[in-house]
Design a protein around this ligand. Structure first.
Ligand code: SF4
Ligand code: SF4
Ligand code: SF4
Length: 241
């Protein structure tokens, strides 16, 4: 049975527990960062931060400042555009049992701009040393051992749930009905397309530009052509191999 997450942003306090737990479980190194006058730290996803709690600061009509929190990660798309864009056979796989989209060690180098540009949520990042392209792997090692993904396990606020897709969808709809009573604009983000379903209380643009799926990003003509020809490249490589 495919798996899914519910990320209920209305329960998130931006403690960053999930961000740190992900980093620790994946053995990612610490990297220098700068205080830039916001709570956002680091400023964006990096090859060493596969999960990032985004802080969006706003002011309401009365001049009161408020923040929207968005724990960002790969959505494990049901039909993953990054997988379709890859020209290397076997570089990006979708686990049949869970639906996790996995970047293997073959996910390296030249296709990075095409793969990142294909992602509607701007998730993939590239390690500058190894050229490896990286993102969240659903903690597939833990899930295969019947453990929760590390970020879900760590969230003390119950903002994240993980389980069978059907059950998570039911839970998401039920929670949405409750939140909508106070926040009429509340919605689930791209629930039919992804395995990581976010519940937001307001216009998604007030959380993050890529909170909902965006169209293809601005690619150079060469990158676009590379993406278009990816399936043919894969075919040619498999014939040669
Ligand atoms: Fe939000 Fe939970 Fe992550 Fe803390 S651990 S930032 S409450 S999702
Ligand atoms: Fe790929 Fe982006 Fe979808 Fe993740 S969110 S599976 S990186 S297209
Ligand atoms: Fe990180 Fe695992 Fe959570 Fe993905 S599922 S964001 S790899 S802790």
């Amino acid at each position: 049975m495919p798996k899914a997450f519910l990320v209920d942003t209305t329960r998130c306090t931006a403690c960053r527990g999930c961000q740190v737990a992900c980093k620790e479980w994946k053995g990612m190194p610490a990297v220098p960062t700068k205080q830039t006058g916001t709570h956002q730290n680091p400023p964006d996803l990096t090859p060493y931060n596969l999960k990032l709690v985004r802080f969006s600061e706003h002011m309401d009509k009365s001049g009161k400042v408020f923040w929207n929190f968005f724990p960002d990660q790969c959505r494990h798309c049901l039909e993953a555009p990054c997988k379709q864009a890859s020209s290397v056979e076997g570089a990006i796989l979708q686990d049949a049992a869970t639906g996790a989209v996995i970047y293997t060690e073959k996910t390296v180098q030249e296709d990075f701009d095409v793969i990142r540009g294909a992602c509607p949520y701007d998730i993939p990042r590239q390690n500058p040393q190894t050229r490896q392209i990286v993102k969240c792997d659903m903690c597939i090692d833990r899930v295969r051992a019947n453990l929760l993904p590390m970020c879900v396990k760590t969230c003390a606020m119950g903002a994240m749930s993980f389980g069978e897709r059907d059950e998570i969808l039911k839970k998401a709809e039920a929670r949405l009905a409750v939140v909508k009573k106070e926040s009429p604009k509340a919605q689930l983000l791209n629930p039919t397309d992804v395995a990581v379903i976010y519940l937001v209380a307001e216009d998604p643009a007030l959380y993050h530009k890529f909170a909902v799926a965006q169209g293809p990003q601005l690619l150079t003509r060469g990158q676009l052509l590379a993406g278009m020809f990816a399936p043919f490249k894969r075919m040619a490589r498999s014939i040669q191999g």
